[in-house]
Design a protein. Structure first.
Length: 171
């Protein structure tokens, strides 16, 4: 079994991978809570080619893809964005997405993507992300040291969510 996590850039191949994974992620998150028309409209909006190229070419954004037997199995998007007020004046980074296709959600695949993510974020005081409350990766985020900071509502479909924070471990 071959597992590797590596950077993804805004090539046609990189965009195709991101679009496939992001579409699967959106469907998994929202298919049960909205109608097909609204979901398809949101997916089209999130998979805008020009906007995605700009997103991936932004120097404050990094994307990693995990490959399982050479098949894209998941991704993470790390971004430098405005942080929640409770993290003001802290050096933090936003884990904008961390997703694995359900049929690749295995220990070794998760570990590969998480360890690569951790190596990229080690200079920050904290990592934060927002996930829907029924996210299948929530138990692993907790295992990796994330704590629920507050309950929120995630747009666009008003899903109950958690703001999770993982503070840097002191050596």
């Amino acid at each position: 079994m071959s597992i590797i996590s590596k950077f993804t850039i805004a090539t046609e191949e990189g965009l195709a991978i991101l679009f496939r994974l992001r579409e699967a992620q959106i469907k998994e998150m929202y298919a049960a809570v909205t109608d097909d028309s609204s979901l398809n409209q949101y997916i089209a909006q999130q998979l805008d080619h020009k906007e995605t190229v700009l997103e991936l070419n932004d120097l404050s954004t990094q994307m990693l893809t995990v490959y399982h037997n050479e098949i894209p199995a998941g991704y993470t998007m790390i971004k430098q964005v405005d942080q929640p007020a409770l993290l003001a004046d802290k050096k933090v980074i936003h884990l904008a997405s961390f997703y694995l296709l359900p049929n690749h959600n295995e220990e070794e695949v998760r570990a590969s993507l998480w360890n690569k993510t951790l190596s990229l974020t080690k200079q920050y005081e904290a990592i934060w992300l927002e996930v829907v409350q029924n996210d299948p990766l929530l138990p692993y985020f907790k295992e990796w040291g994330f704590e629920i900071s507050e309950e929120r509502v995630m747009h666009p479909f008003k899903q109950a969510s958690y703001l999770l924070i993982r503070w840097k471990e002191e050596a």
